[in-house]
Write a protein that binds this ligand. Structure first.
Ligand code: ATP
Ligand code: MG
Length: 650
């Protein structure tokens, strides 16, 4: 991007918080301003008041070795103690997780149950010789034993490195080798859409090429047969059988590493992000309480992400357990056995808070309103979104069809690197606008700048920067501190650059505009993918859209659009012209796509995000870039064929 980013999309709808919600909200008006008066003190207060420390910190931010910032360095803590032990007096019988298996069986784990499982497994890991500072790879599906394994690691100071269960052996090899994990914790198979995913067999293939691995621990999930290697592989149930129900938690320093997690690979080679203990838990617990307005004795909370991504780490495991939540974990696919599976779970368990992703919401829109319509969703009181910019029409759909026009919608911007939510409405304070993440949470600060680093006035767009440190921030990229500095801290020295574009409206609200690498330069105008895509999605025939800039002799780049239609709609020449006109009249003629291809699906990462760089490769007839994190390979070929045969050039 060479100059400021165009601000094309105007959104005038606004939803003030409901007075009844405001009265009872965890975060009350004035909190942003109060935190701003002494932001380091604010974070120290959160750390001391929300968490239990063996030794409470006195120090706040240590910036002596910037950008390798440290927080609460003199604090001594254990995260599994915060998630479990300290709740046992008051809440041992409270449900921590309601688990629903894909085939239909259910399990309920109280805080006491979870505590016992974690202690036993932590002892088991110790019996294999694992100790503080070692790394364990977790390659599992959505089973309760995944949080058990994470918390067991945290209990004894072992660093966990979770690898999403949808990844292949290749991706697992890279991540095990990069983190030098000495043990892999996996399961025989995982259920996904009625099929058994061979996690153990994938692990066997991987471990043949990962010299650091000494043991593989295998949970029996589906019970189908797998090969076990004598001396290396151990069944989970046999390993924990003789272990004690008690396990002394390790006393860890706030800055000891907690986990490594690889980014989802939308832009290229994943980065092994390192998070530490005290600052991470402080901000995760704070945001979980404030943003979701979570009430431990009333809410049934459901973050429907996968635990293998950062959203699951922070908002299925560490945040909710610290805050004594009762959560839902669902094992399988949202469309199994039918398209109403999530809505049935919400009805059955009277879920009050739902947190999901735009990619899922757009699928629900595509499948149609009849599926949520089959169930009573009136228990819901708050909805959240994360993962991509949410198109205003998807936001409105979510608010109307799922939220019954009753629930605040919080669009939360953050990333693996930030560890916790950064920009989001607070439901008792903020008037929301469809498609806007609104403003930084209390204690945090962000700006939108041009290429010289100067702040862009309200009403304009540019690069998003976080202009001061925050407790849950990534400490480094594992094994590659230079890449950490280069990627995030070199473009605007002293400030963190997340790689995303944004604009602010006249009220100072932030609107995320997608990744700056995807920004299109058309006739000298920098145009964000998000705004053109949102214009397309605001047409009633469109469920999902991706646009990219393709080389063009006349205009520098021309906009190429890929569009998935809703329900039964068929794409033809008439609709094509209509969509182009629709974009022209919604956000301006400059943004009209030059070509439009109708497609059944878009290339996505395994976390469900659109991978525009591959569409750019297709549009410019190039060899495809890195596809190891691509979820749906067949679709790329399909789109390439459609794009080649399309006659949609204007
Ligand atoms: P990689 O960094 O390897 O390319 P990734 O960025 O997709 O992968 P994540 O850390 O899972 O990996 O995703 C964070 C990114 O997702 C953000 O930088 C942003 O681009 C996007 N994102 C997340 N939440 C939102 C949101 N509410 N609004 C807009 N964009 C969002
Ligand atoms: Mg990223």
């Amino acid at each position: 991007m060479s100059s400021a980013l165009e601000n094309l999309l105007q959104e005038n709808r606004s939803f003030p918080p409901d007075p009844a919600f405001v009265r009872a909200a965890n975060a009350q008006p004035g909190i942003h301003e109060q935190a701003e008066e002494d932001w380091k003190g604010y974070w120290l207060d959160q750390a001391v008041n929300r968490l239990s420390w063996f030794e409470a910190p006195q120090q706040t931010l240590d910036d002596t070795n910037a950008p390798f910032y440290r927080w609460f360095t003199d604090g001594v803590i254990n995260l599994s103690y915060n998630c479990l032990d300290r709740h046992l007096d008051s809440s041992a019988e409270k449900v921590a997780y309601h688990w629903i298996g894909e085939p239909g069986e259910t399990r309920t784990l109280t805080y006491r149950d979870l505590y016992r499982e974690v202690c036993r497994f932590a002892n088991a890991l110790r019996s294999l010789g694992l100790k503080k500072g070692d790394t364990a790879a977790l390659y599992m599906g959505m089973v309760p034993e995944l949080p058990v394994a994470m918390l067991a690691c945290a209990r004894i100071g072992v660093i966990h490195s979770a690898v999403f269960g949808g990844f292949s052996a290749e991706a697992l090899i890279d991540r095990i080798n990069d983190a030098e994990s000495t043990v892999v914790i996996t399961q025989d198979f995982a259920w996904r859409a009625g099929k058994e995913v061979p996690l153990k067999a994938n692990t066997d293939n991987a471990v043949a090429r990962t010299p650091s691995v000494k043991n593989v621990i295998v949970l029996r999930r589906t019970g189908s047969e797998v090969a076990m290697t004598e001396g290396r592989d151990i069944w989970w149930d046999e390993l924990v059988a003789d272990q004690s129900d008690e396990c002394e938690p390790e006393r860890l320093m706030a800055e000891d590493p907690l986990y490594i997690l690889y980014t989802s690979g939308t832009t290229g080679k994943p980065k092994g992000i390192v998070h530490t203990q005290g600052g991470y838990l402080t901000q995760v617990a704070t945001s979980h309480s404030q943003v979701f307005d979570h009430k431990p004795d009333e809410d049934i909370y459901w973050c429907a992400a996968d635990i293998g991504w950062v959203t699951g780490h922070s908002y299925i495991v560490y945040g909710p357990l610290t805050n004594r939540a009762t959560s839902i974990i669902y094992e399988g696919a949202p469309n199994f056995p039918d398209f109403d599976r999530l809505w049935k779970i919400i009805e059955d368990y009277k879920v009050t808070i739902l947190y999901t992703a735009p990619t899922a919401i757009r699928s629900f829109m595509k499948w149609g309103e009849e599926y949520p319509g089959r169930h009573d969703l009136s228990s819901l009181r708050l909805l959240g979104s994360v993962g991509e910019p949410i198109n205003p029409e998807a936001w409105m759909w979510y608010q109307r069809v799922i939220g019954g026009e009753r629930c605040p919608v919080v669009d939360t911007w953050w990333q693996t690197e930030t560890g916790a939510i950064m920009i989001s409405p607070l439901p008792g304070i903020t008037s929301t606008k469809p498609g806007s993440a609104t403003r930084p949470l209390p204690g945090l600060s962000a700006d939108v700048v041009d290429e010289t680093g100067a702040s862009v006035p309200l009403g304009g767009g540019g690069f998003l920067v976080i202009d001061r440190p925050w407790p849950a921030m990534a400490r480094t990229i594992h094994g590659d501190p230079d890449r950490f500095v280069e990627t995030y801290w070199s473009r605007f020295p002293g400030r963190y650059f997340p790689g995303d574009g944004a604009k602010r409206d006249e009220d100072g609200y932030f609107w995320l505009l997608g990744r700056v690498d995807d920004i299109m330069l058309v006739s000298g105008h920098n145009i964000s993918t998000t705004e053109v895509e949102s214009a397309l999605v605001s047409h009633p025939a469109v469920a999902e859209a991706a646009v990219v800039g393709r080389k063009d002799d006349l205009t520098g780049q021309a906009i190429a659009a890929f569009v998935t239609l809703r329900g039964q709609v068929e794409g033809d020449e008439t609709l094509l012209r209509e969509l182009r006109e629709h974009v022209g009249s919604t956000i301006g003629p400059i943004a009209k796509p030059k070509s439009i291809v109708f497609t059944n699906d878009l290339p996505k990462t395994r976390s469900g995000k659109i991978m525009r760089r591959l569409l750019r490769d297709i549009s410019e007839n190039r060899q495809l870039g890195d596809v190891t994190t691509l979820a749906n390979e067949a679709v790329v070929e399909e789109i390439a064929e459609m794009a080649a045969s399309t006659s949609s050039e204007e």
